[in-house]
Design a protein around this ligand. Structure first.
Ligand code: PGA
Length: 251
């Protein structure tokens, strides 16, 4: 029996304004359950300083949505792990499907980013997930395994000690089509078994979040599954009441 503490992470994507960031974080701070669930917010980079101020003294963690694979230097437009840490940002999402598919991040780029973030002491949420045509072709496990093994090969299994994985079927992101609890459980247990082939203890302690149209009314069913340790929440994290209800369902 594992004692993995549930984690709920907000992924605001490219949404918000100074006003909405302050209002959302104020609402989260006031309404969050005191214990039983870890909560963090992954804000657009430019709002990280504001979010850090708003979250000072609260137990809500702060994360970024991506990070450069490089250390500080001549990389126009990039934001480094050092810069994120400078603002009290402890977490970073790596390999979100929007980064993979819209911004052409390959398994190799994702692995480089994961390695660099870990070496710099950031906590990572590594996203894995298949596209609809891959699921329909029966390739879900193959895709998940390739995405995962590319990172393990580059970073080593020890880098997964304390890391977080998010299973996000691409067909469920922002579409309103949620994976059923059984579909999520099957993918999560597959991912945990893959990690266990390298290290049993790390696999047992690994938190695996589900992401893809998690809402207040479907969260409890997903979180009840044995290998679902919380969620990565997009659209519903932009509404205070919906996000708080999802946090309560996890806790
Ligand atoms: P969604 O996004 O909850 O809006 O489907 C989840 C994600 O992309 O992390």
């Amino acid at each position: 029996m594992s004692n993995r503490q549930p984690l709920v992470a907000a992924n605001w994507k490219m949404n918000g304004s100074r006003e909405s960031v302050a209002a959302l974080l104020d609402g989260f701070r006031q309404g969050l359950p005191a214990d039983g669930v870890d909560v963090l917010v992954c804000a657009p980079s430019i709002y990280i300083p504001l979010a850090a101020d708003e979250l000072a003294g609260s137990n809500i963690g702060l994360g970024a949505q991506t990070v450069s694979e490089y250390a500080n230097g001549a990389y126009t437009g990039e934001i480094s792990a050092d810069m994120l840490k400078d603002y009290g940002c402890r977490y970073v999402i790596i390999g979100h499907s929007e980064r993979r598919h819209i911004f052409a991040e390959t398994n190799e780029t994702v692995a480089n980013k994961f390695c660099h973030a870990r070496e710099q002491g950031l906590e990572v949420i590594l996203c894995l997930g298949e596209r609809l045509e891959e699921r329909e072709a029966g390739m879900t496990e193959q895709v998940l395994s390739e995405q995962l093994e590319a990172v393990i090969a580059r970073a080593g299994i020890a880098a997964f000690d304390g890391a977080v994985i998010a299973y996000e079927p691409v067909w469920a992101i922002g579409t309103g089509l949620t994976a059923t609890p059984e579909q999520a459980q099957a993918a999560h247990s597959f991912i945990r078994l893959q990690v266990a082939r390298h290290d049993d203890r790390i696999a047992d302690e690994l938190r695996i979040l589900y992401g893809g149209s998690v809402k207040a009314d479907n969260a409890a069913g997903l979180f009840a599954m044995a290998d679902v340790d919380g969620g990565l929440i997009g659209g519903a994290s932009l509404k205070v009441d919906d996000f708080l209800a999802i946090c309560r369902a996890a806790g």
